[in-house]
Design a protein around this ligand. Sequence first.
Ligand SMILES: Nc1ncnc2c1ncn2[C@@H]1O[C@H](COP(=O)(O)OP(=O)(O)O)[C@@H](O)[C@H]1O
Ligand SMILES: [Mg+2]
Length: 281
Amino acid sequence: MTPAKQPFISMRGVRYEYNPGTPQAQMALDGIDLDIYQGEFVAVIGANGSGKSTLARHCNALLLPQAGQVLVAGHDTRDPASLWEIRRRAGMVFQNPDNQIVATSVEEDAAFGPENLGVPPAEIRVRVREALAMVGLGELGKEEPHHLSGGQKQRLAIAGAMAMRPDGLILDEATSMLDPVGRREILATIQRLNAEDGVTIVLITHHMEEAAMAGRVLVMSSGRIVLDGPPAAVFADRERLLQIGLDVPLVARVADELRRRGLPVPPAVISKEELVKALCP
Ligand SMILES: Nc1ncnc2c1ncn2[C@@H]1O[C@H](COP(=O)(O)OP(=O)(O)O)[C@@H](O)[C@H]1O
Ligand SMILES: [Mg+2]
């Protein structure tokens, strides 16, 4: 694990343009300065095309900055010698559960990462057992992955990353193809990994309710980070969010409305629990 005060991810002046120098040129990251520290739970929100996935792909060297610098656990993503160490430390989970399955059993699938790292077989078995237990798939090791539900497949993707003993997980809309049950499974899993195992979480989401669960919310617009703070503060800036095409969590909207009607609801209420406490102290 990274020492507590070294950032897990550090970006300075990062710029990235797709198809530079062509008529299709598209600026996707337009000067990103960002530190994410070990143990944080960070949500990233922003309208479609605001640069969230491009940001995610810079967190494990799937894309390299055209200007500026990205460090992952202190390793420069432009240093080819650090590539595998960076991929190990920053696990990625993508949107489509079916695209991430690489093997014909749950166990073998979770073993894929450590196998590529050259971890000895006995150690792989220990890690796979541990990682599957962490995501609640301990009983399904022999199962065929295509028999799993969407939520189970995404938890398998998380287990595959955890078997590499990462510092953090970056989830790019990893819940967006799941039903509500699958979404809840993933959220509970990453909350537990963050709280109990100190795994840093970067959760890219278009569900404001999911972002409200994070300790910190980053808001992207046109390739820049335009808001960065605790969820209560970020969602209090409703006008700014509406301007860039985002909404606030439903609970926050209900709280606003109740306050307008004269009920004693404090500002910055963003969770169901806070709202219930405000109304029924
Ligand atoms: N492979 C690509 N080729 C060309 N342009 C791209 C590609 N991927 C993304 N873009 C463009 O870059 C910008 C940022 O996209 P992206 O990072 O996918 O945003 P988000 O994940 O927030 O929807 C958008 O304008 C998008 O159209
Ligand atoms: Mg995206």
